[in-house]
Write a protein that binds this ligand. Structure first.
Ligand code: ADP
Length: 222
C-alpha cells in the first residue's frame, strides 16, 4: 500500500455504510471510526458527552458540531502513526468537513477518497424499518431482506440483536430529512476537492462491494 490512506464513507441512513465499512476495514486494514457507534457507546457508558448527545440521537437530529469535532479531535490525537483510517458518519456538515481538513493538515494527511453511497428514498425507508443490529459486531440484519438464521442472534458471533432507539418511523423520517438538507451538501464540498466517488447503493451487497473496491484501487495501488 502506497501510504496510510484516509477514506470517508458517506451515505444516508440505511445506505449500507455499516455492512460495507466492515469489508473495507478487513480488506484494507483501516481503523474504523464510526461517530454513531462512538456516540452510542458514550450514551451507554453515561459519560457527559453521552448525556449531551442522547436527545439529539433519539430525535434523529445532528449532535452539535462542537461536540462531534471535539470527539474526533480526541480520536485524531490518539491515532497510531501510519494507520489507515475509515471515517464513517463524519463529517456530516460543512463545518465538520472544514474542521476535518484542519485536523488532517496537522497530521500531514489528506482525504484520499470519499465513497458516497446513493440509495433512493423509498428503498431506505424499507431497509430501516425492520432493521436489527448485532450488539457485539454491529452487523445489520433485516426481518424481510436479510433475516438472521436464528431470530435475535447474530449469525457471525452469536451476539444479541437489538433495534436502535432512532429506528422508529418518526426518527427515521427526521434522519433522512437531516441527511438531505445538512449532509448531502458535504458531497459537493468533496466533489469540488476532486476526491468524491459516487457509488450506486441500490444493488446487491457484493456489487456495491465491487464498486467500492474499484474506487479504492487508485488509493491503494503502488
Ligand atoms: P445513521 O447514518 O444510520 O443515521 P449513525 O449511527 O451514523 O446513523 O448516527 C446516529 C446518530 O448519531 C445521528 O442521527 C446523529 O444524531 C448522531 N451523529 C453521528 N455522527 C454525527 C455527526 N458527524 N454529526 C452530528 N451528529 C452525528
Amino acid at each position: 500500500m502506497a501510504h496510510a490512506p484516509t477514506v470517508l464513507i458517506m451515505g444516508p441512513p440505511g445506505a449500507g455504510k455499516g455492512t460495507q465499512a466492515g469489508h473495507l476495514v478487513a480488506t484494507y486494514g483501516l481503523l474504523h471510526v464510526a461517530t454513531g457507534d462512538l456516540l452510542r457507546e458514550a450514551v451507554a457508558a453515561g459519560t457527559l458527552l453521552g448525556l449531551e448527545a442522547k436527545s439529539f440521537i433519539d430525535k434523529g437530529t445532528l449532535v452539535p458540531d462542537d461536540l462531534i469535532i471535539g470527539m474526533i479531535r480526541e480520536v485524531a490525537a490518539e491515532l497510531p502513526e501510519g494507520s489507515g483510517l475509515l471515517l464513517d458518519g463524519f463529517p456530516r456538515t460543512r463545518a465538520q468537513a472544514i474542521a476535518l481538513d484542519k485536523m488532517l493538515g496537522v497530521l500531514d494527511r489528506d482525504v484520499d477518497v470519499v465513497l458516497d453511497i446513493r440509495v433512493p428514498h423509498e428503498v431506505l425507508i424499507k431497509r430501516l424499518s425492520g432493521r436489527w443490529i448485532c450488539r457485539t459486531c454491529q452487523t445489520p440484519y433485516n426481518v424481510d431482506s436479510r433475516p438472521p438464521k436464528v431470530a435475535g442472534v447474530c449469525d457471525l458471533d452469536g451476539g444479541e440483536l437489538y433495534q436502535r432507539s432512532d429506528d422508529t418511523a418518526e426518527a427515521v423520517g427526521t434522519r433522512l430529512e437531516v441527511y438531505e438538507t445538512q449532509t448531502a451538501p458535504v458531497s459537493g464540498y468533496y466533489r469540488d476537492h476532486g476526491s468524491l466517488v459516487t457509488i450506486d447503493g441500490d444493488q446487491p451487497s457484493d456489487e456495491v462491494r465491487a464498486a467500492l473496491d474499484a474506487a479504492m484501487q487508485p488509493v491503494t495501488a503502488g
